[in-house]
Design a protein around this ligand. Structure first.
Ligand code: GDP
Length: 406
């Protein structure tokens, strides 16, 4: 049995990054469905997706506004922060990247890396966000995992660590072989996913791909290299923990594949999120300034509170301010200092946003992402902190340098 001593160890603050049309909204929907957050699958084409709840977004078919949704998977809480994929909303992507601890980058299995995937990838690099790659649309004619992986390697330059191989192709894409566990995951026409031994006709290829994965991991991870040199192979446990270290340190990118539209591949993707991406405890403490002096705040519920507002939504419930709490605890009724507007703010209600429902909370602690009602002046980018222990997490209004291309 796995014992998590610190409740923060089971939190994943996750973003989905993609080029428009790669399938970010569909992946998000399928995650909400797989985690039981929604009971009906939303479809992009009929405007019923829950993350795109702004009518303007539905009309335009692109995700403009970030929404944070909490869901549960395998004893973990995944706070899913939707990030706009459209290049016009780079500031929003930037702000969302600030509050993430890890991300899934979605690629189209036919198109591979597209220009916007590249720019969002670079932004995520700047923020040091560990990533997993999901090669989506494996059911499409012309889908090619190896070609997509090659374009990731060539254009984005990470070391791809391919942990799955597809079973079938295009129309007959029916499953994946998990190369870490050497088991097949097969989807039936319904949504059920069944685990099975690797099919006989794929055994030799699966063994060769597993070998390639072991070599790629041993090359990057000193502990794995030692085992590889001693035994000539890598056991499942060493492989998993090395994949986790490499992902968290940004030294490699785990690659999975699937078809979100056909609901194939989302469960193993969630397993990978939990296994490889960091919790708020695994990332460096947040840094900020007080009177020009640099300070660090640990992800500790007992530390003075510091939170970043990253999204403000006007909703029928009221003005919802989405907060990433970096340190301390905030409680309903607390008075906090808005270090950006230089005024006090009172926390009315604290809500955990679950798709289209809002669950009220009495308090929220470091590492969490929640929405609060009652803040009057806080805007995206404002720091909220203890009135007697001020901190500014993000200097307001620092313009991005303008880069002109001759
Ligand atoms: P976003 O712009 O990245 O949010 O992408 P969407 O989720 O809106 O998807 C763009 C289009 O691709 C929509 O028409 C989806 O139905 C379609 N799509 C998404 N995932 C898949 C997939 O796995 N296979 C296929 N064939 N189409 C998909």
């Amino acid at each position: 049995m796995r014992i998590n001593r610190n409740p923060l160890a089971v939190v994943r603050n996750l973003g989905i990054l993609a080029h428009v049309d790669a399938g970010k909204t569909t992946v998000t929907e399928r995650i909400l469905f797989a985690t039981g957050t929604t009971h009906k699958r939303g479809e992009v084409h009929d405007g019923t997706t829950v993350t795109d709840f702004d009518p303007q977004e539905r009309d335009r078919g692109i995700t403009i506004f970030s929404a944070a949704v909490s869901c549960a998977w395998d004893g973990h809480r995944i706070n899913l922060i939707d990030t706009p994929g459209h290049v016009d909303f780079a500031d929003e992507v930037e702000r969302a990247l600030r509050v993430l601890d890890g991300a899934v980058a979605v690629f189209d299995a036919v198109a591979g890396v597209e220009p916007q995937s590249e720019s969002v990838w670079r932004q995520a690099d700047r923020h040091g966000v560990p990533r997993i790659a999901f090669v989506n649309k494996m059911d499409r004619a012309g889908a090619d995992l190896d070609a997509a992986v090659a374009s990731i390697r060539e254009r984005l330059h990470p070391a791809p660590l391919v942990v799955q191989m597809p079973v079938g192709a295009e129309d007959t894409f029916t499953g994946v072989v998990d190369l870490v566990r050497l088991r097949a995951l097969l989807w039936s026409d319904g949504d059920a996913c069944e685990e099975a031994p690797v099919p006989d006709d794929l055994r030799a290829e699966a063994r060769a791909r597993r070998r390639a994965l072991e070599e790629a991991v041993a090359e990057l991870h000193p502990g794995a290299l030692e085992e590889f040199c001693d035994t000539g192979t890598l056991g499942e446990r060493t492989l998993s923990s090395a994949l986790r270290d490499l992902t968290r340190d940004g030294d490699g990118v785990v690659v999975l594949c699937g078809s979100a539209y056909r609901n194939r591949g989302v469960e193993p993707l969630l397993d990978a999120v939990v296994a490889y991406l960091p919790s708020p405890l695994d990332v460096p403490p947040v840094r900020g300034t007080d009177d020009g002096e640099e300070q660090e705040r640990p992800a500790d519920p007992a530390a003075p509170p510091a939170a970043l507002a990253f999204k403000v939504h006007a909703t029928p419930t009221g003005r919802l301010t989405y907060l990433r709490i970096y340190s301390g605890t905030i409680e309903k009724g607390d008075t906090l200092w808005d270090a950006s507007a230089r005024r006090t703010e009172r926390i009315g209600r604290i809500l955990r946003v679950q798709a289209d429902r809002h669950a009220p909370l009495d308090r929220a602690v470091a590492g969490d992402i929640v929405a609060v009602v009652g803040l009057k002046s806080a805007r995206a980018g404002s720091t909220l902190c203890a009135p007697d222990v001020p901190l500014v997490l993000e200097p307001p209004g620092v313009p991005e340098p303008v880069v002109s291309v001759a």
